[in-house]
Ligand binder design. Structure first.
Ligand code: THU
Length: 548
């Protein structure tokens, strides 16, 4: 059979069987450059913990925690056991949901909305209309105090007690005799459907209570309705590929139950570590995403430095036993979702910080990953190593931790890609214009697709080289595309750059992020590179015609 060359697989040998992501909830490692805008100048969760005599983390240090930029005070080691670095948050937020979504590949332009002055009429009026009930309280409240203050009025009128907190929550409290829990859940589902877009709160929570005036108490019938991630996540991609996608702890709630083949909740950090240990003993294939929330919930918000340090020491003591259970094809990524500096007295809120990243496993080289932009690099790395398709702006560091290349991501240079474009050019069918054009498209997982222009006697149906390559890749299911090299010239002789036409740029726009690279190949294989954002500014893209 003749025709275009086969797609090239470049990273087959680097596939992993089991990847664990362990999130030490709120374990930030120093203020981000924009921390002041978040009211968090100078925060540093790990440095505050290091001020406590309770901090004993020899194992984390031996893995390279103290080798991370800005964490030298923990004590770097000569030969760290893993790869180490820190990640800056791309999203404009510092909450758990947004942090985890970013780890799973989604960057959020805005934080989830909070309501320190209560919910506006544009939120409450449709809710009242849909439930046929009035609303009481409507302010940030403690859950027990709000039922003590408004319980009687609620029982008399049937109006719902609606309140929030410092977090992005819409909570509805109702007495079980006035509004049976099933009915309350229905009201929550109504609120959940209404609270989308700019009022897309993290969670709507049903808070049923029982008892009599002066003795109201909440029941175990609480139910949470989380906001669904707005796009495909790493978990969705892992599940769709037929692999195991396991959520441990809050993961199930954070992703609104989506993208998991299996999940378990934690009663505590110790319980969560037990669950992770159990999974390390199981023969699964895919992702195990673990959240340990005590750091944040019990110690960070309560500004309990010693407690936080003790919790870290407990994790540290647990870690070696866990690592022992890993096989040759397993990888562990230890990171965090935001900061919550227990030494920061100005607030009790989360803090805008970098998060640490440790990559551990038998195949991992002890490299310095430096400071990287975006937690979504984790999603890109995991997707690459599990060989699943995920569209994310993240850049994989798989190549670096496995020692396959120095740049991270894929084992491919612009020059090598240019060579493949030149080869593709020889396949061109261009009897009418005489211009032969070749393209080589690099997918984020390392696969390369080649394309050439194919002309037609009717001229109009002709197709460019770039689109031939792009459509082949898309047909094969690729959505995460990294770069394209393009070359062309009269009779197949390259005398200058061959910039992609406007139609091809628009087609790239459909599937590629702003940072997609376009390498224009010149004479002698020279390469000039631009991003898609540079070649197609102010572009019309997917979503624009569906916008508000
Ligand atoms: N062509 C491409 O293959 N890619 C481009 O981006 C611009 C144009 C082809 C189409 C046609 O076969 C020939 O070049 C001359 O226009």
């Amino acid at each position: 059979m003749t025709g275009a060359p086969e797609a090239r697989e470049l990273s087959e040998e680097s596939n992993m069987k089991r990847i664990f992501i362990i999130v030490l909830d709120s374990c930030g490692c120093g203020a981000m450059p924009d921390a002041e805008k978040f009211g968090d100048a100078g925060v540093h969760t790990l440095r505050s913990c290091a001020s406590s005599p309770e901090l004993h983390i020899p194992n984390l240090r031996s893995c390279g925690l103290g080798n991370i930029e800005g964490l030298e005070f923990l004590g770097p080691v000569e030969a760290p056991r893993g790869a180490y670095g820190r990640l800056a948050e791309s999203s404009m937020g510092k909450d758990t949901t947004i942090g985890h979504w970013e780890i799973a590949g989604i960057v959020s332009a805005d934080p989830l909305p909070t309501y320190p002055d209560g919910f506006p009429d544009e939120v409450l009026e449709p809710f009242k209309a849909a439930t046929g009930r009035g609303v009481l309280a409507n302010a940030p409240w403690s859950g027990t105090e709000v039922i003590a203050a408004y319980g009687d009025e609620h029982v008399q009128t049937g109006d719902l007690i609606v309140y929030t907190s410092a977090d992005s929550l819409f909570q509805i409290a109702a007495h079980e005799d006035v509004v049976p829990p099933e009915q309350l859940y229905e009201y929550c589902r109504i609120a959940r459907a209404q609270l989308q877009g700019k009022h897309g709160v993290g969670r709507v929570i049903a808070r049923p209570f029982v008892g009599t005036s002066g003795n109201y108490r909440r029941t175990a019938n609480r139910h949470d309705f989380s906001l669904e991630p707005p796009k495909q996540t790493l978990l969705d991609a892992v599940k769709a590929a037929g692999l195991d996608s396991i959520g441990v702890g809050k993961i199930h709630d954070i992703f609104a139950g989506r993208g998991m083949t299996e999940y378990v909740y934690n009663r505590s950090n110790a319980d969560g570590m037990n669950h992770a240990m159990e999974y390390a003993g199981k023969n699964f294939r895919g992702l195990c995403f673990v959240n340990l929330v005590d750091f944040d919930m019990l110690y960070g918000h309560r500004r309990d430095i010693d407690g936080y340090a003790r919790a870290l020491s407990e994790f540290d003591a647990w870690l070696p036993g866990f690592l022992e259970k890993l096989g040759d094809e397993d990888l562990v990524l230890i990171t965090a979702d935001h900061g919550c500096d227990p030494g920061y007295e100005a607030t009790t809120d989360h803090t805008r910080e970098y998060v640490p990243l440790l990559a551990l496993g038998k195949q991992v080289k002890p490299v310095d990953l430096g400071t990287r932009s975006g937690f979504q690099n984790i999603a890109a790395t995991v997707a690459q190593l599990l060989d699943v398709q995920l569209k994310t702006s993240g850049k994989s560091f798989a190549g670096e931790i496995l020692g396959n290349d120095a740049e991270g991501g894929v084992t491919m240079t612009p020059e090598k890609l240019a060579e493949l474009a030149l080869e593709a050019m020889t396949h061109a069918y261009a009897p009418y214009s005489g211009y032969k054009v070749g393209a080589a498209l690099l997918c984020a997982d390392g696969t390369v697709y080649q394309g050439c222009n194919i002309e037609n006697a009717a001229f109009g149906p002709s197709i460019c080289a770039e689109r031939t390559a792009l459509f082949k890749a898309v047909y094969d299911g690729h959505r995460d595309l990294a770069a394209i090299a393009v070359c062309g010239g009269k009779d197949g002789i390259v005398t200058g750059m061959f910039p992609p036409c406007g139609v091809c740029r628009q087609v790239m726009r459909e599937f590629c992020e702003d940072d997609f690279l376009i390498h224009m190949v010149g004479p002698g294989g020279s390469v000039e590179t631009h991003t898609l954002a540079e070649l197609l500014p102010f572009s019309f893209c997917a979503g624009d015609h569906m916008a508000q």
